[in-house]
Design a binder for this molecule. Sequence first.
Ligand code: ZN
Ligand code: FE
Length: 258
Amino acid sequence: MPDAPPRIVTIPCLADNYAFLLHDPVTGATALIDAPEAAPIRAELDRCGWQLTDILITHHHGDHIDGVGALCAASGARVWGARADAHRLPALDMALEEGDTVSIGRLTGHVIAVPGHTVGHIAFYFPQVQAVFTADSLMALGCGRLFEGTAAQMWESLQKLAVLPGETWVYSGHEYTAANAQFAATIEPDYAPLRSRMAEIEVLRAKGQPTVPSLMATELATNPFLRAARADVKIAVGLPGAGDVECFAELRARKDRF
Ligand code: ZN
Ligand code: FE
C-alpha cells in the first residue's frame, strides 16, 4: 500500500502494558488492540485526530479490557473478541474463532487461537502491515505465564506464530523484555545473538523507549521459548533427548521461579 500507508501507534498504559492503534488513513478506520485503561488511549486518539471504530480484544484479563467500556461508550466502536470467552469479555459485537477475519478499513486481520496464558486467548495477524498482535502469548524474549492452559497448548500456540514470515512485527502486550532477557541469559549465557540483543534492549530502556514490537526473525533466533525444540537448549536445561513440549514446560517452570 504505497499511498497513505496504514499506521500503528504504541500506547504505554498502566505500569507496563501496551495498547496499539491501527489506523487506515484512506477509510479513517481506527482499531484499538486491547484496552488496559481509557485515559492514555483517549489522549492518543485526540493527539492523532482519529475516531475509534473498532476494539480488538486478545483475552479477558483486566489489564487488557478494563478500558473497553469507557472507550466504547464514547465512540460506539465495534468490539471484537473470542467467542470462547464471550461470557467473561465486555459485550461483543463480533464473536471470533480461529480462521475468522476482522476488517479494519482496507486492512484484514486473521484470527489465530493462541491458548495457554488463558484458554480463549487470540492473536490478530495483519499481513498487509506485517504485524501480529500477540498480547500475552508470544512476548519479546518471552511468553505468557500459563494461568489456564497447559504447556502443550502454549507450545502449539507458539508454533502457529513461529511460522509467520520472519519480517513480521510482534506487538506483545507488556514491557517485560529486560526481565525476560535476564532469564534467557540463564539458559544460553554465551549465545552471541542473545548477548547483542540484550545490549540493544539495555540501550532502548535507558532511553525509556519500548522494546516492543520486535521482529519475528529476532524472536526465532533469541527467544528461549521458541528454541525449546533445539537439542542444545534441551541439554542446557538438563533434559537431553526430551520432547519439545517437555523442554518448553521446563523453561516455563523455571521462568515462573525466576
Ligand atoms: Zn493476561
Ligand atoms: Fe497482560
